[in-house]
Design a protein around this ligand. Structure first.
Ligand code: SF4
Ligand code: SF4
Length: 284
């Protein structure tokens, strides 16, 4: 799919392109090394503090979103139908900021059962997304256009078209296991913000009528450009499962390709503590 021609405009943002297929042993080695070097050295420690703060912030946002939703529906005399183990909506496009993705990667590095379960499911899911034409790239691009150039009717329509094309595939999120979200406590604000007031049965593919999805967002989350190294040149929202995987697989190399973060990889990797780990890993 040609994102630019579909979106109808150029953009200053595009997510770094993915690595070409590697052997699984090479990927395992990259991941292992990234795990060891992610939060050590001067930048690694800043990163760890930033991720812990971000996780706390995400929980505060979940609470705020819940309160906003309650006020919204109460004012209309309605009730929210969503409950924790209700998951028929977990096939929709999940956009998250780069900062949220960093926090989720941190959480997964420190939560082995969730990480293993997700990593087991990820390759099959990623292949299905690829087979479907990687429509998420079109969603990322069209959403970024709204962030960068302003939200007007045309851009909303284009983003909506991308979302509908993505959601039509009904690819279940790889973080869903037995109807529970593996990262529930730090799920992206978009997941926390998603709700309906229609009966839950309507959200299922077999539902007789269309559910009326609503989403509560927090502007400060979407427009955040803060980072632990310099700052982002513009807000970045990505397809969460793919971005989290790439943070874990490619580490600082992936992050340093976003506008504003140039130099991050060399600054982090030249740290003597990181260098020592790299040397000892090459001897293993
Ligand atoms: S949006 Fe629908 S499927 Fe999702 S949690 Fe709410 S009721 Fe359940
Ligand atoms: S991250 Fe969790 S809540 Fe969000 S779509 Fe995936 S499984 Fe559902």
């Amino acid at each position: 799919m040609n994102d630019k021609s579909e979106a109808g405009e150029d953009t200053a943002f595009s997510a770094p392109s993915e690595r070409q297929t590697q052997s699984s042993s090479a990927i395992d080695h990259c991941m292992r090394l990234n795990q060891k070097t992610a939060y050590i050295g001067k930048i690694g420690r800043l990163r760890e503090r930033y991720c812990l703060d971000q996780m706390r912030y995400m929980k505060v946002c979940h609470k705020k979103i819940g309160q906003d939703q309650m006020s919204y529906v109460e004012a209309k005399g309605q009730t929210i139908s969503c409950a924790r183990s209700c998951s028929s909506c977990c096939f929709v496009y999940v956009g998250a900021t780069l900062q949220e993705c960093e926090a989720i990667a941190y959480y997964l590095w420190h939560n082995e059962p969730a990480r293993n379960s997700w990593l087991q499911r990820f390759p099959g899911w990623r292949e299905a997304v690829r087979q479907g034409g990687d429509i998420f790239q079109y969603c990322e691009q069209t959403f970024s256009n709204m962030l960068l150039f302003g939200q007007d009717r045309q851009r909303e329509k284009t983003f909506d078209k991308a979302l509908r094309a993505h959601n039509k595939q009904r690819l279940v999120c790889p973080f869903l296991e037995n109807d529970l979200c593996l990262i529930y406590e730090i799920r992206p604000s978009n997941c926390a913000g998603f709700f309906v007031t229609t009966p839950p049965e309507q959200c299922r593919p077999t539902g007789l009528s269309e559910p009326k999805f609503s989403i509560t967002t927090i502007d400060d989350v979407v427009s955040d450009v803060s980072f632990y190294y310099q700052s982002l040149a513009c807000p970045v929202t990505l397809y969460m499962p793919v971005a989290v995987y790439r943070i874990m697989e490619e580490g600082f190399a992936y992050l340093s390709r976003f506008p504003g973060l140039d130099g991050l990889e060399s600054a982090a990797m030249s740290d003597p503590e990181v260098q020592a780990i790299i040397r000892s890993s090459s001897l293993e």
